[in-house]
Design a protein. Structure first.
Length: 334
Protein backbone atom coordinates (compact mmCIF):
# COMPACT_ATOMS: atom_id res chain seq x y z
CA UNK A 1 0.00 0.00 0.00
CA UNK A 2 1.44 3.39 -1.05
CA UNK A 3 1.14 6.17 1.44
CA UNK A 4 0.79 9.84 0.28
CA UNK A 5 1.99 12.74 2.42
CA UNK A 6 0.95 15.53 -0.03
CA UNK A 7 -2.17 16.58 1.94
CA UNK A 8 -0.23 16.80 5.18
CA UNK A 9 2.47 18.98 3.59
CA UNK A 10 -0.13 21.31 2.06
CA UNK A 11 -1.90 21.66 5.40
CA UNK A 12 1.37 22.58 7.07
CA UNK A 13 2.04 25.23 4.42
CA UNK A 14 -1.41 26.74 4.91
CA UNK A 15 -0.86 26.83 8.66
CA UNK A 16 2.49 28.67 8.27
CA UNK A 17 0.94 31.22 5.86
CA UNK A 18 -1.94 31.81 8.26
CA UNK A 19 0.43 32.49 11.20
CA UNK A 20 2.54 34.81 9.01
CA UNK A 21 -0.52 36.79 7.99
CA UNK A 22 -1.59 37.17 11.61
CA UNK A 23 1.88 38.30 12.63
CA UNK A 24 2.31 40.79 9.77
CA UNK A 25 0.38 43.72 11.31
CA UNK A 26 2.66 43.61 14.37
CA UNK A 27 5.77 44.28 12.29
CA UNK A 28 5.17 45.11 8.65
CA UNK A 29 1.85 46.90 9.10
CA UNK A 30 2.58 48.46 12.50
CA UNK A 31 0.96 51.89 13.01
CA UNK A 32 3.30 54.74 12.09
CA UNK A 33 4.18 57.20 14.89
CA UNK A 34 2.01 60.34 15.02
CA UNK A 35 3.45 63.49 13.44
CA UNK A 36 5.27 65.84 15.81
CA UNK A 37 3.59 69.25 15.57
CA UNK A 38 5.90 72.22 15.08
CA UNK A 39 4.89 75.53 16.67
CA UNK A 40 6.61 78.85 16.01
CA UNK A 41 6.50 81.45 18.80
CA UNK A 42 7.20 85.05 17.74
CA UNK A 43 7.77 87.69 20.42
CA UNK A 44 8.95 91.32 20.27
CA UNK A 45 10.42 91.32 23.77
CA UNK A 46 13.02 89.24 25.63
CA UNK A 47 12.61 85.73 27.11
CA UNK A 48 13.11 87.01 30.67
CA UNK A 49 10.51 89.77 30.27
CA UNK A 50 7.74 87.32 29.44
CA UNK A 51 8.96 84.22 31.30
CA UNK A 52 5.70 83.85 33.24
CA UNK A 53 3.65 83.97 30.03
CA UNK A 54 5.83 81.40 28.30
CA UNK A 55 5.48 79.10 31.31
CA UNK A 56 1.69 79.57 31.24
CA UNK A 57 1.54 78.75 27.52
CA UNK A 58 3.62 75.61 27.98
CA UNK A 59 1.51 74.60 30.98
CA UNK A 60 -1.63 75.01 28.88
CA UNK A 61 -0.16 72.68 26.27
CA UNK A 62 0.77 70.08 28.90
CA UNK A 63 -2.77 70.15 30.28
CA UNK A 64 -3.98 69.25 26.78
CA UNK A 65 -1.59 66.32 26.48
CA UNK A 66 1.28 67.91 24.57
CA UNK A 67 4.84 67.08 25.63
CA UNK A 68 7.68 69.11 24.16
CA UNK A 69 10.11 66.93 22.27
CA UNK A 70 7.61 64.09 22.10
CA UNK A 71 4.51 65.18 20.21
CA UNK A 72 5.22 68.90 19.87
CA UNK A 73 8.23 71.14 19.19
CA UNK A 74 8.30 74.91 19.83
CA UNK A 75 10.67 77.19 17.91
CA UNK A 76 11.05 80.46 19.82
CA UNK A 77 12.06 83.70 18.11
CA UNK A 78 12.61 86.86 20.21
CA UNK A 79 13.28 90.32 18.74
CA UNK A 80 14.53 91.48 22.18
CA UNK A 81 13.12 94.97 21.69
CA UNK A 82 14.58 95.39 18.20
CA UNK A 83 11.31 95.52 16.31
CA UNK A 84 12.93 95.76 12.88
CA UNK A 85 14.04 92.16 13.37
CA UNK A 86 10.51 90.80 13.59
CA UNK A 87 9.94 90.46 9.83
CA UNK A 88 13.09 88.37 9.40
CA UNK A 89 12.23 86.23 12.43
CA UNK A 90 8.71 85.64 11.08
CA UNK A 91 10.20 84.60 7.73
CA UNK A 92 12.47 82.15 9.55
CA UNK A 93 9.48 80.44 11.12
CA UNK A 94 7.70 80.24 7.77
CA UNK A 95 10.81 78.67 6.20
CA UNK A 96 10.85 76.10 9.00
CA UNK A 97 7.37 75.11 7.80
CA UNK A 98 5.83 75.36 11.25
CA UNK A 99 2.23 74.21 11.61
CA UNK A 100 1.15 77.27 13.61
CA UNK A 101 2.69 80.62 14.59
CA UNK A 102 1.83 81.95 18.05
CA UNK A 103 2.43 85.68 18.45
CA UNK A 104 3.31 86.98 21.88
CA UNK A 105 1.64 90.34 21.37
CA UNK A 106 0.28 92.94 18.92
CA UNK A 107 3.68 94.14 17.72
CA UNK A 108 4.53 90.70 16.38
CA UNK A 109 1.16 89.94 14.74
CA UNK A 110 1.63 92.20 11.72
CA UNK A 111 5.07 90.81 10.72
CA UNK A 112 3.66 87.28 11.07
CA UNK A 113 0.68 88.12 8.88
CA UNK A 114 2.94 89.74 6.28
CA UNK A 115 5.12 86.61 6.25
CA UNK A 116 2.26 84.17 5.58
CA UNK A 117 -1.40 84.07 4.63
CA UNK A 118 -1.59 80.28 4.85
CA UNK A 119 -0.02 79.19 8.15
CA UNK A 120 -2.51 79.64 11.04
CA UNK A 121 -1.58 82.47 13.43
CA UNK A 122 -2.73 82.47 17.05
CA UNK A 123 -2.69 85.82 18.89
CA UNK A 124 -1.80 85.30 22.53
CA UNK A 125 -3.24 88.78 23.00
CA UNK A 126 -4.03 91.90 20.99
CA UNK A 127 -5.57 95.17 22.05
CA UNK A 128 -7.92 95.61 19.09
CA UNK A 129 -7.69 92.86 16.42
CA UNK A 130 -10.65 94.21 14.42
CA UNK A 131 -9.44 97.81 14.46
CA UNK A 132 -5.94 96.67 13.50
CA UNK A 133 -7.38 94.76 10.54
CA UNK A 134 -6.17 91.36 11.73
CA UNK A 135 -9.66 89.80 11.77
CA UNK A 136 -12.97 90.63 10.08
CA UNK A 137 -14.86 90.34 13.37
CA UNK A 138 -14.40 88.74 16.77
CA UNK A 139 -17.09 86.15 16.06
CA UNK A 140 -15.91 85.34 12.52
CA UNK A 141 -12.19 86.12 12.05
CA UNK A 142 -12.36 85.09 8.40
CA UNK A 143 -8.66 84.62 7.66
CA UNK A 144 -5.64 82.77 9.02
CA UNK A 145 -5.56 84.70 12.33
CA UNK A 146 -7.49 84.11 15.55
CA UNK A 147 -6.79 84.03 19.27
CA UNK A 148 -7.35 86.31 22.22
CA UNK A 149 -7.95 90.01 22.74
CA UNK A 150 -7.17 92.30 25.67
CA UNK A 151 -9.91 94.65 24.52
CA UNK A 152 -11.39 96.04 27.73
CA UNK A 153 -12.19 99.75 27.21
CA UNK A 154 -13.17 100.28 30.84
CA UNK A 155 -9.81 99.22 32.26
CA UNK A 156 -8.02 102.58 31.85
CA UNK A 157 -10.82 104.32 33.71
CA UNK A 158 -10.43 101.90 36.60
CA UNK A 159 -6.68 102.44 36.61
CA UNK A 160 -7.23 106.19 36.95
CA UNK A 161 -9.72 105.69 39.75
CA UNK A 162 -7.13 103.65 41.64
CA UNK A 163 -4.54 106.40 41.21
CA UNK A 164 -7.09 108.91 42.45
CA UNK A 165 -7.62 106.79 45.58
CA UNK A 166 -3.89 106.80 46.23
CA UNK A 167 -3.41 110.47 45.34
CA UNK A 168 -6.74 112.14 46.30
CA UNK A 169 -5.57 115.60 45.16
CA UNK A 170 -4.44 114.33 41.75
CA UNK A 171 -5.01 117.10 39.18
CA UNK A 172 -2.49 116.29 36.44
CA UNK A 173 -1.67 112.83 35.14
CA UNK A 174 1.22 111.91 32.84
CA UNK A 175 0.34 109.19 30.34
CA UNK A 176 3.32 107.45 28.76
CA UNK A 177 2.84 105.46 25.57
CA UNK A 178 4.35 104.57 22.21
CA UNK A 179 2.45 106.09 19.28
CA UNK A 180 3.81 103.53 16.80
CA UNK A 181 2.36 100.62 18.78
CA UNK A 182 -0.91 99.16 17.41
CA UNK A 183 -3.84 100.27 19.56
CA UNK A 184 -1.95 103.19 21.14
CA UNK A 185 -4.21 105.88 19.68
CA UNK A 186 -7.31 104.08 20.95
CA UNK A 187 -5.78 103.68 24.43
CA UNK A 188 -4.88 107.38 24.59
CA UNK A 189 -8.41 108.36 23.60
CA UNK A 190 -9.75 106.12 26.36
CA UNK A 191 -7.37 107.77 28.84
CA UNK A 192 -8.53 111.27 27.86
CA UNK A 193 -12.21 110.33 28.23
CA UNK A 194 -11.61 108.68 31.61
CA UNK A 195 -9.60 111.68 32.83
CA UNK A 196 -12.47 114.05 32.09
CA UNK A 197 -14.79 112.01 34.30
CA UNK A 198 -12.52 112.38 37.33
CA UNK A 199 -11.52 115.97 36.41
CA UNK A 200 -7.85 115.23 35.81
CA UNK A 201 -5.73 116.86 33.12
CA UNK A 202 -3.70 114.50 30.89
CA UNK A 203 -0.13 115.11 29.77
CA UNK A 204 0.74 112.63 27.01
CA UNK A 205 4.42 111.75 26.57
CA UNK A 206 5.41 109.70 23.53
CA UNK A 207 8.24 107.21 24.10
CA UNK A 208 9.50 105.62 20.87
CA UNK A 209 12.89 104.43 22.10
CA UNK A 210 14.12 103.15 25.51
CA UNK A 211 16.59 106.02 25.70
CA UNK A 212 13.59 108.43 25.87
CA UNK A 213 12.13 106.91 29.05
CA UNK A 214 14.09 108.92 31.60
CA UNK A 215 13.46 112.18 29.74
CA UNK A 216 9.73 111.42 29.70
CA UNK A 217 9.59 110.94 33.47
CA UNK A 218 11.61 114.13 33.95
CA UNK A 219 9.12 116.00 31.74
CA UNK A 220 6.23 114.54 33.75
CA UNK A 221 7.76 115.69 37.02
CA UNK A 222 8.64 119.12 35.67
CA UNK A 223 5.15 119.46 34.21
CA UNK A 224 3.56 118.97 37.63
CA UNK A 225 2.18 115.46 37.17
CA UNK A 226 1.04 113.87 40.39
CA UNK A 227 1.09 110.33 39.01
CA UNK A 228 1.87 108.31 35.89
CA UNK A 229 -0.20 105.88 33.83
CA UNK A 230 1.87 103.57 31.64
CA UNK A 231 0.13 102.35 28.50
CA UNK A 232 1.13 99.00 27.06
CA UNK A 233 4.30 99.08 24.96
CA UNK A 234 7.05 96.60 24.10
CA UNK A 235 9.44 99.52 24.57
CA UNK A 236 8.53 99.51 28.27
CA UNK A 237 8.37 95.83 29.13
CA UNK A 238 12.05 95.16 28.44
CA UNK A 239 12.97 98.18 30.60
CA UNK A 240 10.57 97.47 33.46
CA UNK A 241 13.16 97.47 36.27
CA UNK A 242 14.70 100.70 34.99
CA UNK A 243 11.27 102.32 34.75
CA UNK A 244 10.46 101.39 38.36
CA UNK A 245 13.75 102.99 39.48
CA UNK A 246 13.15 106.16 37.45
CA UNK A 247 9.59 106.50 38.77
CA UNK A 248 10.90 106.17 42.34
CA UNK A 249 13.67 108.71 41.68
CA UNK A 250 11.09 111.20 40.43
CA UNK A 251 8.76 110.38 43.36
CA UNK A 252 5.94 109.54 40.97
CA UNK A 253 3.40 106.81 41.77
CA UNK A 254 2.70 104.83 38.61
CA UNK A 255 0.20 102.23 37.50
CA UNK A 256 1.13 99.71 34.82
CA UNK A 257 -0.60 97.53 32.25
CA UNK A 258 0.77 94.17 33.44
CA UNK A 259 2.07 92.29 36.46
CA UNK A 260 5.72 92.08 35.35
CA UNK A 261 6.25 95.77 36.13
CA UNK A 262 5.08 95.43 39.73
CA UNK A 263 7.17 92.30 40.23
CA UNK A 264 10.16 94.34 39.01
CA UNK A 265 9.52 97.10 41.57
CA UNK A 266 6.66 99.11 40.07
CA UNK A 267 3.92 100.37 42.38
CA UNK A 268 0.70 98.87 41.08
CA UNK A 269 -1.17 97.24 38.24
CA UNK A 270 -4.78 96.68 37.41
CA UNK A 271 -4.78 94.74 34.20
CA UNK A 272 -5.87 91.80 32.11
CA UNK A 273 -4.09 88.65 33.26
CA UNK A 274 -1.72 87.99 30.35
CA UNK A 275 -0.62 84.69 31.87
CA UNK A 276 -4.24 83.54 31.73
CA UNK A 277 -4.45 84.56 28.06
CA UNK A 278 -1.17 82.76 27.31
CA UNK A 279 -2.52 79.58 28.90
CA UNK A 280 -5.74 79.90 26.89
CA UNK A 281 -3.74 80.39 23.66
CA UNK A 282 -2.77 76.72 23.99
CA UNK A 283 -6.42 75.74 23.45
CA UNK A 284 -6.35 77.43 20.05
CA UNK A 285 -3.20 75.53 19.12
CA UNK A 286 -4.93 72.30 20.14
CA UNK A 287 -8.10 73.02 18.13
CA UNK A 288 -6.17 73.96 15.00
CA UNK A 289 -3.94 70.88 15.20
CA UNK A 290 -7.12 68.81 15.42
CA UNK A 291 -8.46 70.27 12.19
CA UNK A 292 -10.25 73.53 13.02
CA UNK A 293 -9.49 76.59 10.90
CA UNK A 294 -8.70 80.06 12.34
CA UNK A 295 -11.40 81.61 10.16
CA UNK A 296 -14.07 79.75 12.13
CA UNK A 297 -12.62 80.09 15.65
CA UNK A 298 -14.02 83.19 17.41
CA UNK A 299 -11.61 85.60 19.09
CA UNK A 300 -12.07 85.43 22.86
CA UNK A 301 -12.00 88.45 25.16
CA UNK A 302 -10.39 88.64 28.61
CA UNK A 303 -12.18 87.08 31.56
CA UNK A 304 -9.55 87.41 34.29
CA UNK A 305 -8.22 90.70 35.68
CA UNK A 306 -5.70 91.25 38.47
CA UNK A 307 -4.91 93.99 40.96
CA UNK A 308 -1.37 93.79 42.33
CA UNK A 309 0.27 96.23 44.75
CA UNK A 310 3.94 96.50 45.74
CA UNK A 311 3.96 97.70 49.36
CA UNK A 312 7.76 97.97 49.45
CA UNK A 313 7.60 100.51 46.62
CA UNK A 314 4.71 102.35 48.28
CA UNK A 315 6.77 102.77 51.46
CA UNK A 316 9.77 104.00 49.49
CA UNK A 317 7.54 106.61 47.82
CA UNK A 318 6.01 107.59 51.15
CA UNK A 319 2.54 106.60 49.94
CA UNK A 320 -0.11 105.00 52.12
CA UNK A 321 -2.16 102.49 50.18
CA UNK A 322 -5.80 102.70 51.37
CA UNK A 323 -7.36 99.57 52.84
CA UNK A 324 -10.08 99.90 50.20
CA UNK A 325 -7.43 98.93 47.63
CA UNK A 326 -5.62 96.32 49.72
CA UNK A 327 -8.78 94.32 50.40
CA UNK A 328 -9.44 94.14 46.65
CA UNK A 329 -5.89 93.21 45.69
CA UNK A 330 -5.28 89.77 44.19
CA UNK A 331 -1.67 89.98 45.33
CA UNK A 332 0.28 92.23 47.69
CA UNK A 333 4.06 92.22 47.39
CA UNK A 334 5.65 93.01 50.75
Amino acid sequence: MKLSFGGEVNNRRKLIITFAACAAPIGVFAQQPAKVARIGFLEASTPSAIAARIDAFRQGLRELGYVEGKNIVIDYRYAEGKFDRLSALAAELVNLKVDIIVTGGPTSIRPAREATSKIPIVMAFDTDPVGSGFVASLAHPGGNITGLSTLAPEIIGKQMELLKEIVPKLARLAVLGTSTRPGSAQALKGAELAAKKIKVQVQYLDVIDPKDIEAAFHAASKGGAGAVLMLGSPVFIAQRAQIAEIAAKNRLPAIYDRAEFVEAGGLMTYSVSLTDLARRAATYVDKILKGRTPADLPVEQPTKFELIVNMKTAKALGIKIPNSILVRADKVIE
